[in-house]
Design a protein around this ligand. Structure first.
Ligand code: CLF
Ligand code: SF4
Length: 294
């Protein structure tokens, strides 16, 4: 609808706390947990909790309807004037819940055209949604890409659910990876800023992420965020199933130092909850649960 792009200029990083390190002390973001379902399985994920591609494990966010999401933005905006970005990052995959996700974007754009919209996805259905994302003036998209080679991908992702079928193994990983990179290219072509998240999983993909870094650089990603796997049985995440483990002290930094691509590396990620509110690293979500703002 016409209201969605009213008065907005192009993508801006200067006021996005994740896309600009300088902005993260000055501006706040909030997440709207409107997307419960997911269409793939990551080996480290437990579906009882928020999507671990963009989130700290062991956290359960309060699920919102698109209508509640707008009420929440109203309440947060009134109390946090530094709010510039509204992101949808879970608790499942936003693009596995397109009706809920896009209705939320439309409502936010109509009522708060000054806020920038941000989406995070595993990328499986990204190509088919690129035009909608662009039309809705979503400025920033994050794609989690943990592998380039289906052989490695099959270790990270046991299955995908695609075109109403469950697909396993290398074949599944190949489809996922193809759509992630196709989505990346299509967004870059359309001037949407893309951040690529990669989860560093020692024993599974750590050296391989150097290749990922090279290719996402060539494809024009704006930022590459290599995050550590944070996995523990008490968080309900699967751990050590296939020899993977959490990075130890210094390993993430060492990997980042070996990255040779041109893309800037993000170093200030706080692995937020799917209902995070406030400045990065600040957890003000408890002030804005639905029972408090209704
Ligand atoms: Fe949220 Fe993600 Fe948008 Fe930021 S978080 S959807 S890009 S507004 Fe930011 Fe949080 Fe790290 Fe994500 S610090 S987990 S990178
Ligand atoms: Fe879990 Fe997110 Fe992976 Fe889906 S994309 S399986 S919610 S970590």
């Amino acid at each position: 609808s016409a209201s969605c792009s009213s008065g907005q200029s192009g993508p801006s990083v200067d006021t996005h706390p994740c896309f600009s390190k300088d902005a993260h002390h000055k501006y706040a973001r909030m997440h709207l947990a409107v997307a419960p379902a997911c269409n793939i399985q990551c080996n480290y994920c437990n579906r009882k909790y928020d999507c671990a591609n963009e989130s700290r494990p062991g956290v359960v966010s309060e699920l919102l309807t698109p209508q509640q999401a707008v009420e929440k933005v109203r309440a947060v905006k009134a109390k946090i004037p530094q709010l510039t970005v509204v992101g949808i990052a879970g608790p499942g995959d936003p693009l596995a819940n397109p009706a809920r996700t896009f209705e939320t974007c439309e409502r936010i754009a109509a009522e708060f055209p000054e806020l920038q919209l941000c989406l995070s996805t595993n990328g499986l259905t990204l190509p088919q949604h690129v035009e909608r994302i662009k039309a809705l003036n979503v400025h920033h998209v994050t794609i989690t890409i943990n592998a380039l080679d289906p052989e490695v991908g099959a270790k990270v992702y046991p299955w995908i659910f695609h075109n109403n079928r469950r697909i396993r193994g290398k074949k599944a990983a190949a489809i996922l990876i193809r759509n992630q990179f196709k989505g990346l290219e299509m967004l870059v072509e359309r001037g949407v800023l893309v951040k690529v998240n990669s989860v560093m999983i020692p024993g599974m993909n750590e050296d391989h992420l150097l290749e990922v870094n090279k290719v996402v650089s060539e494809k024009g990603a704006f930022l590459h965020n290599i995050m550590p796997l944070i996995s523990a049985p008490e968080h309900g995440t699967y751990f050590g199933l296939m020899g993977q483990r959490n990075p130890e002290d210094g390993e993430l930094e060492a990997l980042r130092a070996r990255c040779a691509g041109d893309v800037e590396l993000m170093t200030h990620c706080r692995q937020c909850r799917a209902d995070a509110v406030g400045m990065l690293g600040e957890d003000r979500n408890a002030e804005f649960t639905m029972d408090k703002i209704a």
